[in-house]
Design a protein around this ligand. Structure first.
Ligand code: FMN
Length: 163
């Protein structure tokens, strides 16, 4: 049932140092590549970052410890083929979060503001007209968080027919 990884998915910001195999990263990115995309363009590509020097350079821009400490960073990038880059990147990201959860891995959406986006694209050699909206650290979570429960389901947020 897909609801299981949806319940279990939590934002992890602390990670064990255990390495993450290429197999796991490929499974995660495969899930990202199976996401729907505007006009079926499949225009999102990925930079996988394991090199501590690159992580440190990104940390110097973003100043969040988990950028340095996560064993792997995944940077989803919408190329100029994307007609709706923010939407394409968002749904790819959710597929990534769910597949990472399914593999017992933690992840988090680290948002990039416009300034950070430009700087991170420079660090990663990404063409300036391509888009990034986030960076996704991946690692085995160092702390357990409770899964989402039915008490979070708010029936009063559902409007029938009209608001
Ligand atoms: C659009 C978006 C932007 C987010 N930006 C950040 C961020 O910059 N840094 C961060 O640590 N978490 C970020 N998050 C994660 C949220 O803080 C997190 O999803 C929320 O607190 C709910 O917790 P959960 O993911 O454990 O269910 C972001 C999530 C979304 C969807």
């Amino acid at each position: 049932m897909i609801i299981e990884p949806i319940r279990k998915r939590r934002s992890s910001r602390t990670y064990k140092s255990d390495p993450i195999s290429d197999e796991f990263i490929n499974e995660i990115i495969k899930a990202g590549q199976f996401a729907p995309s505007a006009m079926g363009r499949c225009a999102v590509e990925f930079v996988v970052i394991r090199d501590q020097k690159v992580k440190d350079a990104i940390f110097a821009v973003i100043d969040q410890d988990y950028i340095k400490t996560a064993p792997v960073l995944i940077a989803p990038v919408a190329t100029d083929k994307s007609v709706l880059p923010v939407q394409d990147l968002s749904i790819v990201s959710e597929h990534i979060f769910l597949q990472a959860t399914q593999l017992g891995l933690g992840s988090v959406w680290k948002n990039l503001n416009e300034q950070w986006e430009e700087k991170v694209k420079e660090i990663l050699n990404i063409p300036s007209n391509f888009r990034m909206i986030n960076i996704i650290p991946i690692g085995f979570p160092a702390e357990e968080k409770p899964e989402h429960g039915d008490e979070e389901f708010k029936v009063e947020k559902i409007h029938q027919e009209k608001w």
